[in-house]
Design a protein around this ligand. Structure first.
Ligand code: AMP
Length: 379
């Protein structure tokens, strides 16, 4: 059964086609620079040359049409007709408190995704556009929403409530939601599989280190705490995001530097993190090169990055009581065994000899495809 997975970001639309039963991916690609003068389609079909071409793509609905065209192209498309796709799975960043699992999309779900756009203004609107585009083009095909927040809905109230007047939780939904849920869920399930242990009995700390970074404490397959919060800004140091900070710094800087709300938001989300501390780059590969060249600020940025991860693993060990596995994933986590080894050396005395330190490649798209398949088969 063919399942199409769509992941719409603010200016891109990634797609991947899965044959879930055969466990193959016939093709995948991305439409980039949506809304700019020249958008780009990159497309890869198993066993064929890659395609890269400029396309006109003013919005995400058009991106879906471009994706349909390349999938059904008479020359090299893998489909002879769109009806061969039996389900479309969409990554949706924010599902608020309404969704603790993946759901088939109907009008009520669309309304909720729209409502939570207030909490994820950069992420939910493009997802909605992608969903609407697919509902038109893949008419009658079940559409499924897989939320980044859903996996963390199992956190208890003392974990997700902030120490601010309770009325703001009720009025605006201000609380910890957590993100990267699909990745934390995928690698915790994979860790159980790799270690040959029932998921229900496994305590894992999952460390997702990409452009965005987050860490989760997962007990018996359920998230009990995670480092990202109301937005993806809280927690670890990231490429351009500050992570944890004394909130008084925000008001101090706004006052002293005369910064507007937008400017402050921009500073914390786009100008901080590895980039802000090092002054070099948000990309870990550039940071490592700069360190090798003797750049001290790049070294400081790296040291903050590693220290925060250690501190969070230590606190989640306290939360879980016993830790069976610490799992590293995503761009940095999967490609820097030296970081895993260094943290293993430092944390071994705390965690004991039973804890396994693992690197596991994440595959959010595969989990979205499997969830979609499960929902389609059940209908
Ligand atoms: P992601 O968001 O998962 O694509 O991860 C992006 C991050 O992974 C960037 O900071 C990259 O610099 C980093 N990354 C990718 N490859 C490597 C590598 N070989 N060594 C260190 N970092 C890497």
């Amino acid at each position: 059964m063919l399942i199409l997975v769509i992941n719409c970001g603010s200016s891109s639309a990634k797609y991947e086609l899965f044959d879930v039963e055969k466990e193959t991916t016939p093709c995948r690609g991305i439409v980039e620079r949506i809304g700019e003068d020249f958008s780009v389609l990159k497309h890869e079909t198993a066993g064929k040359d890659r395609i890269r071409k400029e396309v006109a793509c003013p919005d995400h609905q058009t991106a879906i049409e471009i994706i349909k065209d390349v999938l059904t192209d008479e020359g090299g498309g893998v489909l002879s007709d769109v009806s061969e796709v039996k389900g479309v799975g969409h990554r949706v960043v924010h599902g608020g408190e309404e969704f603790n699992e993946s759901v088939r999309i109907n009008d009520a779900v669309l309304e909720s995704v729209e409502k939570f756009s207030e909490l994820a203004p950069l992420h939910n609107p493009p997802s909605l556009e992608g969903i609407r585009g697919c509902m038109k083009i893949f008419e009658g095909v079940p559409q499924v929403a897989v939320f980044d927040t859903a996996f963390h809905q199992s956190m208890s109230k003392e974990v997700f409530c902030y120490g601010i007047p309770y009325g703001f939780y009720e009025k605006y939904g201000i609380r910890k939601y957590g993100f990267h849920g699909t990745s934390h869920r995928y690698v915790s399930e994979k860790a159980a599989e790799l270690l040959g242990r029932p998921l229900e009995e496994l305590n894992a700390i999952t460390v997702h280190l990409g452009n965005g970074c987050s860490i989760a404490a997962v007990a018996g397959g359920k998230s009990v705490d995670t480092s990202m919060g109301f937005t993806p800004l809280e927690g670890l140091l990231m490429g351009t995001r500050s992570g944890d900070i004394d909130p008084a710094v925000v008001t101090f800087l706004m006052q002293r530097e005369g910064l507007s709300v937008e400017e402050m938001n921009d500073l914390l989300n786009k100008k901080s993190g590895l980039l802000g501390v090092s002054g070099v780059s948000n990309d870990m590969r550039d940071i490592l090169k700069a360190i090798a060249g003797g750049n001290e600020r790049a070294k400081l940025a790296y040291d903050i990055f590693e220290y925060r991860i250690k501190k969070y693993i230590g606190s989640y060990a306290a939360v879980l009581g016993k830790v069976d596995a610490v799992v590293f994933t995503a761009g940095i986590g999967e490609n820097m065994p030296q970081l895993k080894d260094s943290l293993e050396r430092q944390l071994r005395p705390l965690l004991g000899s039973e804890t396994k330190f693992l690197i596991i490649g994440t595959n959010e798209e595969l989990l979205i495809a499997k969830d979609t398949y499960g929902i389609v088969k059940g209908t």
